[in-house]
Design a protein around this ligand. Structure first.
Ligand code: SF4
Length: 704
């Protein structure tokens, strides 16, 4: 029950999706505390969540009114909503008339609410007639999506957070949950404190804060994850530590997995990974002895040119040991953004359809277009994130509508993104922040409502759907993203967008899921408000949700079996190091910042932890370059330069350096933007970029 002036909502940062109670005093001042009764966090919040009230109330850089320029040489000028959306519709229509529907695109965000994502997808695929809608979730989760689909037939995280307390072995790979998913990490920490026999294996080229829990840290060379997972698989197969009954009855392609695993001996694999073979055997034994085994991973595996191979080779381990669909067992990809999962549910990617229907399937395309009553859905996948900006650069894509994301800082090879936006005929930026690095490229700037200023739903990393109420009014003329989208659709003359509120949109989407594997036709805002959150599927009004998938060991593949997959490449095939660029750059996140700091950057106390960008470097590499702790280093790749202070330790492997990705332009220079130098190569299937492996040189900055 909602108390007066006290509202239960969800944190707007990471995919853990903690419950927050927002209190509003008589003067309208907000305070936040963790929601004790919310099953995810049980009252806990991390530093970012605890400070969300400051972000919500700081309107200093908010876009307050629509702003428009008549041509690139003119400054942005305030206009009213009608003028703004009429212009958006007339420019989009004239570009579509002249160049076809594929000449426009939408680039959206895992921070959008489900209703907004659904509408953007319906508008683009169902009415404009192009599949050119992609999301910044492409940059974090798309390799995991493909991995799940290939293995269990569905983009579906099988487990619930409650499984953490039931497992006795964890493999955390390419993730630093201590900093990036802190409340989940706290649950794991508590579980291990109470159960000292619980084993934690951490796989990371850096000794991160998550290693504090590690029984074993496999400090592998960047790009060797598949070799490691294959070596673990080989050990399990050789020692017959398999769930043979599960493999025989519920899986296919075991021989392919075996063949791949046996390409290298454990000794050879250890050499390639740069770790002792005993460590691989020890980790494999922990997994073999486990009654409940959970693998956790995120960007270190996903953001790679072999991201899908890394995913499937890790998923193979869960299948070999039968650790899926059982209490305390299963693969568990950690989502970076609060609603990346919800976005995938409604098909908010260039190659997906709503309700997990398949773009390649003509029947599914027809079902979706019939349901919407719009155009035929095109079979050709749309442009993915990097493809979209490449197409803007080469002129094939003329107009882009960017919603709730800051690609000028977050996309790889960022100078190319700036060129692409300069080259575009028309750029719409719909956001809260006036000062984001992307806003300045807008021909039309649309003020969006922020967290607490609109209602809607989100899905967290464990498939948990929660309702977020409107708590405060937006500043100026800002509007909910969903409203902006349906008003634009009406201006375009499209039918089926006569909504009066977000609840109408949600009801439509819930109905669309009926009979699918992600059926939530039993849900409504009323139910979510009265009964709290639910994990999908929720197929009827009495259904209580589904904490764990595949308990009947029937998977969502065509033969209902889980599929082993042999990775196509076992080693990262991205950029080679050489004498000019001898080090491998890895990028990532720090504890108190989030994405491109458009929100966390507003909270002074969050900048006390790590106030400035830095380069983490091994002492040996620093010594060889005459660098001391705190010196300014110049980091160069084949694409650009970064200049930041160096932080020296022995926690990172030699020949590997690390840059946080949050900082964009500071004082009008872009010296600290990590993506000046990153690589825009992508995984060939998931199209996820490789932010974790680019060749760089580092030297000491000497004042001229
Ligand atoms: Fe928010 Fe994630 Fe922190 Fe929870 S762990 S409070 S969801 S940032």
């Amino acid at each position: 029950m909602q108390k007066k002036d006290s509202y239960d909502t969800i944190c707007s940062y990471c995919g853990v999706g903690c419950g927050i109670t927002v209190n509003k005093d008589s003067r309208g001042t907000l305070s936040v505390i963790g929601n004790d009764s919310y099953p995810v966090n049980k009252g806990m919040l991390c530093s970012k969540g605890k400070n969300l009230n400051y972000v919500a109330q700081d309107t200093s850089d908010r876009i307050l009114h629509p702003e428009m320029r008549w041509s690139r040489n003119h400054p942005l000028q305030r206009v009213n909503w009608d003028t703004a959306l009429t212009r958006a519709a007339s420019v989009f229509q004239s570009i579509i008339d002249k160049h076809g529907p594929d000449s426009v695109g939408f680039y959206v965000s895992g921070q959008c609410l489900t209703e907004e994502y659904y509408l953007a997808n319906k508008l683009t695929k169902g009415f404009i007639g192009t599949n050119n809608i992609d999301t910044n979730s492409r940059l974090c989760m798309s390799s995991a999506v493909v991995g799940y689909k290939k293995t269990v037939g569905e983009d579906a995280v099988p487990i619930a957070y409650a499984d953490i307390e039931l497992a006795d072995c964890f493999l955390i790979a390419g993730a630093n949950p201590a900093w990036c998913h802190p409340i989940l990490f706290r649950r794991l920490e508590k579980h291990k404190e109470e159960n000292p026999k619980v084993k934690v294996i951490v796989v990371d080229p850096r000794k991160t804060q998550s290693c504090a829990l590690a029984d074993i840290h496999l400090q592998i060379l960047p790009g060797t994850d598949v070799i490691l997972f294959n070596a673990i698989a080989r050990w399990l197969i050789e020692r017959k530590k398999l769930d043979k009954a599960f493999i025989k009855k519920h899986t296919v392609n075991f021989e392919e997995c075996k063949q791949s695993a046996f390409q290298l001996t454990i000794g050879q694999a250890a050499d390639r990974c740069g770790i002792p073979p005993e460590q691989i055997r020890k980790a494999a034994k922990y997994i073999a002895d486990a009654k409940g085994f959970i693998s956790m991973w995120t960007m270190g595996l996903n953001q790679s040119v072999i991201g899908v191979d890394k995913n499937v080779s890790l998923l193979n381990i869960s299948l070999l040991t039968g650790h899926i669909g059982k209490p305390g067992s299963g693969p568990f990809s950690l989502t970076g953004q609060p609603n990346a999962m919800g976005g995938r549910e409604v098909g908010g990617m260039a190659n997906l359809l709503a309700a997990h229907k398949d773009l390649n399937n003509p029947e599914h395309r027809k079902e979706v277009s019939d349901f919407w009553g719009g155009k035929e859905i095109q079979p050709k996948p749309g442009l993915t994130a990097t493809e979209m900006f490449n197409a803007l650069e080469n002129g094939k894509l003329k107009a882009v509508w960017i919603i709730c994301t800051n690609p000028v800082v977050s996309m790889p090879n960022a100078h190319k993104i700036e060129k692409a936006l300069q080259n575009a005929s028309f750029v719409i930026v719909q956001d809260i922040s006036h000062n984001s690095e992307t806003s300045k490229y807008a021909d039309l700037l649309l003020p969006a409502a922020g967290w607490l200023e609109k209602e809607g739903t989100m899905t967290n990393s464990e498939r948990r759907i929660s309702y977020l109420p409107k708590v405060i009014d937006s500043p100026g003329e800002a509007k909910p993203d969903a409203e902006i989208l349906w008003e634009f659709a009406q201006k375009m003359g499209y039918s089926g967008f006569n909504y009066s509120n977000a609840s109408d949109v949600y009801d439509e989407y819930c109905l669309m899921t009926k009979g699918t594997n992600i059926d939530i036709s039993g849900l409504s805002y009323d139910r979510l408000k009265k009964e709290g959150s639910f994990q999908w599927p929720v197929p009827h009004k009495e259904h209580k949700g589904t904490p764990r998938l595949f308990q009947d060991q029937r998977f969502h593949t065509s033969d209902s079996k889980a599929h082993f997959n042999a990775p196509q490449n076992i080693y990262n095939q991205s950029e080679e190091t050489d004498l000019d660029f001898p080090l491998i750059l890895n990028t990532g996140r720090v504890r108190d910042q989030w994405h491109t700091r458009t929100k966390t950057g507003k909270v002074k106390r969050l900048s006390t932890h790590i106030p400035t960008p830095y380069l983490e470097m091994n002492k040996v590499d620093a010594y060889l370059r005459g660098l001391r702790d705190g010196d300014i280093a110049i980091i160069k790749s084949r694409r650009g330069t970064v200049q930041v202070k160096v932080q020296i330790n022995f926690d990172i492997r030699e020949k590997v350096v690390f840059l946080p990705m949050h900082w964009g332009k500071i004082l009008n220079n872009d010296f600290s933007r990590a993506n000046n130098i990153t690589n825009d190569l992508v995984d060939p299937v998931s199209k996820e970029p490789d932010f974790k492996y680019c060749a760089v040189q580092v030297s000491k900055y000497i004042k001229p």
